[in-house]
Ligand binder design. Structure first.
Ligand code: AMP
Length: 286
């Protein structure tokens, strides 16, 4: 694996005649990220990963400061899993003329960012679109590989790709979980043992909502029950548990004709904010 710290040097090194899959990350890598690397390996000649803790997508400076950084372990893990190129840029390399420049600046994502994380983290998705558009311009991959764990992020990036008329394909990989069901996340390593045990409830409640939906139960009591169950735990403080139309990301209203439902949540667990979601595939769960 070859590592580059500047856009110029990476650009020069990448073999443009080969198919390239790209996995952008913020580091503190785990098996969820490695599932993206594995998916990238399949069907592409070159796998590129980036590690960049993007300041413009953090709406809380304490979250940015606390974000785990483990570059040496990350590089070893990427190499072991067959990554070919690692891009480890500085803030100045990604934003050479300051934070204002972005092909994605000013895109109005409308309802796609009106709910979930968009509603709870002001400016977050503008920052995500900004950094992803910049990274895509540098790497120019055939395929961008992303995790379903960040469901709304995928929707926003797909919309940005469409809006900017980019040709990149977006490949989504299912969420990888710990044996007890907790979605893998770089932030999990910030949890103390008690918080880690409590965090198991997040997936448990999402599973209960998903099962209820598949069985045809009404939306509101399912949401309210899960919210209350999470809130009852002394170490958990849920921000939302809500069921959405997976395509529009608008809140689901019972009886709406939708392809896929997603139940999503954000929960504060001590100082750490965790997100998770479950898809309910109505076509296969009539
Ligand atoms: P992050 O480093 O958290 O910005 O994540 C980088 C990429 O990995 C994003 O596309 C995430 O959706 C994806 N990802 C993070 N956690 C998981 C997981 N548990 N399973 C699958 N993909 C994940």
């Amino acid at each position: 694996m070859r590592t580059y710290q500047t856009a110029d040097s990476l650009r020069k090194a990448l073999p443009r005649h080969k198919s390239i899959a790209f996995v952008p990350t913020m580091g503190a890598l785990h098996a969820g990220h490695m599932a993206l690397i594995k998916a990238a390996r399949q069907g592409h000649e070159i796998v590129v990963a980036s590690i960049f803790v993007n300041p413009t997508q953090f709406n809380e400076s304490t979250d940015l400061d606390a974000y785990p950084r483990t570059p040496q372990e990350d590089a070893a893990l990427l190499k072991k899993h067959g990554c070919d190129f690692l891009y480890l840029p500085s803030v100045a390399d990604i934003y050479p003329t300051g934070f204002d420049t972005s092909a994605a600046a000013g895109i109005d994502f409308g309802p796609l960012t009106a709910t979930m994380e968009g509603a709870n983290r002001p400016g977050h998705f503008d920052g995500v679109a900004q950094v992803v558009s910049r990274l895509l311009a540098i790497v120019e991959p055939d395929t961008l590989v992303m995790g379903q764990k960040d469901y709304q992020q995928v929707a926003v990036v797909r919309a940005m790709v469409q809006r900017l008329d980019l040709t990149v394909r977006v490949l989504v990989v299912p969420t990888v979980r710990e044996p007890d069901g907790l979605a893998m996340s770089s932030r999990n390593r910030l949890l103390n043992p008690g918080e880690r045990r409590a965090a198991v409830l997040i997936n448990r409640q999402l599973s209960a909502v998903a099962a209820g939906l598949a069985a045809g139960w009404p939306t509101q009591p399912l949401e309210q029950f899960a919210l209350a169950a999470l809130g009852d735990h002394e170490l958990l403080d849920p921000e939302y548990v809500q069921i959405f139309d997976g395509d529009t990301l608008l809140p689901y209203v019972d009886g709406d004709n939708v392809r896929e439902l997603v139940v999503a949540t954000a929960v504060r667990c001590g100082q750490v904010r965790l997100i998770d979601n479950r898809i309910v595939d109505l076509l296969h769960n009539p």
